[in-house]
Design a protein around this ligand. Structure first.
Ligand SMILES: [Zn+2]
Length: 142
């Protein structure tokens, strides 16, 4: 609370044609009124802890880790481990993220960063759109 300028870089989560952006503030929620969102791919942008280069880390195999029944239906938790080698210095980096859904809303619940720090990159939307199309092409293959 005493760091008003602290950034809360988001995790981007893909489900088919939809992309949601969940900032790491444990407050912002994404509402999924028609309950159609099924996470498949998670992506974060990070700054390399070694050289400071910005890289994108992706996990294309988001997994449901647990489900608990609650008053308003199930609360489902999902986890992803986004990892890559730094394009500049080849340092291995990873961010494990978890997020959950309850009562048709999504929230970013935890992260565990190794050798890197999540950052928010301006103009990322365009890259995401490109990535989404790439993912579509991959799915289109037999
Ligand atoms: Zn690096």
């Amino acid at each position: 609370m005493n760091q008003p300028n602290k950034q809360n870089p988001p995790v981007y989560v893909f489900s088919g044609d939809e992309i949601i952006k969940l900032p790491y503030d444990k407050e912002t929620q994404f509402s999924d009124a028609d309950d159609s969102f099924e996470p498949a791919v998670a992506m974060v942008s990070v700054k390399c802890g070694n050289c400071g280069s910005v890289n994108v880390l992706i996990d294309d195999d988001v997994e449901r880790t647990e489900t608990h029944p609650r008053e308003m239906g199930n609360e489902s938790h999902y986890g992803a481990k986004c990892e890559a080698y730094c394009e500049s210095c080849e340092q291995e980096m990873s961010v494990e993220v978890s997020f959950s859904e309850y009562a048709d809303t999504w929230i970013f619940s935890s992260r565990d960063q190794e050798n890197c720090e999540m950052v928010e990159v301006g103009g990322f939307g365009e890259a995401l759109e490109t990535f989404r199309k790439m993912a579509e092409d991959v799915r289109g293959q037999p």
